[in-house]
Design a binder for this molecule. Structure first.
Ligand code: GSH
Length: 202
């Protein structure tokens, strides 16, 4: 039994999307979190040790951190074809993209949002490097790893979508985001994000 602890419009939204892409049999447990604007509170039902989302329960196993949850879910659903097996030459690049999203892209985007890039050339250089790497991959497209949509597109596409206003003007990024938004699983996830979808009707 898989249970995803999820708060609407947060980092766990990308995992709701991934659940839809994978066709995973996963219960979504909607919970509250402390929000950056000072509202909200950690939910006592959430097993995450810091009260954050996402948190995934698989039986007694607890998995936290977006990248780990994404890889874990993907590993349970190889038939969905959103990843590569260990012997594939594509496996290394896929893992690299997923860790890059958490370790490079997110911090760079936050530095941009807080104005750190304007005052600190180190952060400006990191931000510029991220944008260059993205544009290079998307230029080849249509997805990050070429022709096939992968779990890396969920991780990175979701980050780009919420941070779009803090990224440079780019028809390439806009076309990529539009492509992702057309996906039926993405649309279902957006409806499911806030818990508004009548789950029993599905
Ligand atoms: N590094 C974690 C970050 C998780 C995180 O910060 N989630 C936010 C929502 S976007 C949260 O739960 N915040 C509540 C809090 O900080 O108490 C991950 O990638 O999963």
């Amino acid at each position: 039994m898989l249970t995803l602890f999820h708060a609407p419009q947060s980092r766990s939204s990308r995992l709701v999307w991934l659940v839809e892409e994978l066709g995973a049999d996963c219960r979504i447990e909607y919970c509250t979190i402390r929000r950056i604007d000072g509202t909200g509170a950690a939910d006592p039902r959430n097993p995450h040790p810091d009260g954050k989302v996402p948190a995934l329960l698989h039986g007694d196993a607890l998995i936290t951190e977006c990248a780990a949850v994404a890889l874990y879910l993907n590993g349970l659903h190889p038939q969905a074809g959103l990843g590569f097996d260990a012997a594939s030459p594509q496996r290394g690049p896929l893992l690299t993209w997923i860790c890059w999203a958490a370790g490079e892209l997110e911090p760079a985007v936050f530095a941009r949002m807080t104005g750190e890039t304007q005052t600190n050339p180190y952060w400006q250089a990191r931000y510029d490097a991220c944008v260059s790497r993205l544009l290079e991959a998307l230029w080849n497209g249509p997805y990050l790893m070429g022709d096939g949509f992968t779990v890396a597109d969920v991780m990175i596409g979701s980050t780009l979508a919420w941070s779009r206003a803090h990224l440079p003007e780019s028809p390439t990024i806009d076309a990529y985001l539009a492509r992702l938004a057309e996906r039926p699983a993405y649309r279902r996830a957006m409806m499911r994000d806030g818990g508004e979808v009548i789950e029993q009707a599905a």
